[in-house]
Design a protein around this ligand. Structure first.
Ligand code: AMP
Ligand code: TRP
Length: 342
């Protein structure tokens, strides 16, 4: 297949479930902003259908969706340039997901580590949606024929599955219809770790709020969380090799680098030899400098609910103009009578 037949298009999504945190910002949002430009058409989505694979209080879901939209815009997504919307308002996602449920195999889904982690020991009691989650994710991407998908490291396996679904669909029906999407997992912050435990990723679901920096945290909270972040007693090394077997130290250096648009090597060249007692205040100052304009803009936008709802509605309309013909063509390929006629 020649990938050049597809318009260069970026798609990515974030779940509106709970707070946006620094891992989401550095691993996803900030990189979404970097990909806005003449090279790609950019499509970004609040994946509310994914969020309900685990229980969401309806009021909280609506609040989180708007807050996430505010976060996208505050971080630098321009809703005039990028297409910004919530997933449920473009029904073609769920419609294509059904077709993909019939392409993907049970065994593929059972291998997904996120399914195993989230369902835990009680798989029988997990929702069917949680199991089928990656098939909906493949539909999110492929309903736009997206060629590039920026995500954090934890989504790599889901993107491989998306490629497998596209390949199997193309083979089964003898077409070159769906692109083989490129994962874009780049930079120093593709896996931001918990501030309390360098072996666990920073996550919305961690019970300890001290483990993560939320995008809505104020300057004092950010400084306190960094001051209390777990570290080791040694000074920082000048070379990257010196971070081996020091996951907490590596995490703080990577966070500093990503916030400051530097590499970890560049950061260590400056701070090598410093103790954490000196480095942590530098990191806190940088984090506050970069994050507080975003959190105050988020707060301002949250006061403009009608404006947010309008942005989302307009985004969904624009998204449908791309998604609808691709769904119709898919139905035609599959043999659904009436497809493509409206
Ligand atoms: P989620 O909050 O699970 O919807 O994730 C949204 C995006 O943030 C995805 O691209 C994730 O890969 C990314 N992400 C989530 N947690 C982290 C983390 N700790 N480090 C880097 N990226 C992350
Ligand atoms: N599964 C992703 C996460 O939890 C969110 C997501 C849903 C997504 N659909 C997507 C990311 C499509 C990229 C592309 O982080």
């Amino acid at each position: 297949m020649t990938e050049t037949q597809f318009t260069p298009r970026v798609f990515s999504g974030i779940q509106p479930s709970g707070n946006l945190h620094l891992g989401n910002y550095l691993g996803a949002l900030k990189r979404f902003v970097d990909m806005q430009g003449p090279e790609f058409q950019t499509v970004y989505c609040m994946v509310d259908l994914h969020a309900i694979t685990t229980w969401q209080d309806p009021k909280d879901l609506a609040h989180s969706t708007r807050e996430l939209c505010a976060g996208f815009i505050a971080a630098g997504i321009d809703p005039e340039h990028s297409i910004l919307f919530n997933q449920s308002q473009v029904p073609e996602h769920a419609q294509l997901a059904w077709v993909f449920n019939c392409v993907a195999r049970m065994g593929w889904m059972q291998r997904m580590t996120q399914w195993k982690d989230k369902a835990g020991k009680n798989q029988q009691n997990a929702s069917l949606g949680l199991f089928a989650y990656p098939s909906l994710m493949a539909a999110d991407i492929l309903i736009y024929h997206a060629t590039h998908v920026p995500v954090g490291d934890d989504q790599k396996q889901h993107l491989e599955l998306t490629r497998d679904i596209a390949i199997k669909f193309n083979n089964d029906f003898g077409v070159d219809f769906f692109p083989i999407t490129e994962p874009v997992i780049e930079g120093t912050a593709t896996r931001v770790m918990s501030l309390r435990d360098g072996s666990k990723k920073m996550s919305k679901s961690d019970t300890s709020d001290m483990s993560r920096i939320n995008m809505t945290d104020d300057a004092d909270a950010i400084a306190k969380k960094i001051r209390k972040a777990k570290t080791d007693p040694d000074a920082l090394p000048s070379e990257i090799d010196g971070l081996e077997d020091r996951p907490e130290a590596r995490n703080l250096v990577n966070i500093y680098a990503a916030l400051n648009d530097q590499t970890a090597e560049q950061v260590l060249a400056d701070v090598g030899g410093k103790q954490f007692g000196d480095f942590k205040p530098m990191l806190a100052e940088l984090a506050v400098e970069k994050l507080s304009p975003i959190s105050s803009e988020m707060a301002r936008l949250m006061g403009e609910e009608a404006e947010i709802d309008q942005i989302l509605a307009r985004g969904a309309e624009r998204a449908r103009t791309i998604a609808s013909p691709i769904l119709q063509k898919t139905y035609e390929i599959v043999g659904m009578v009436g497809a493509g006629k409206s």
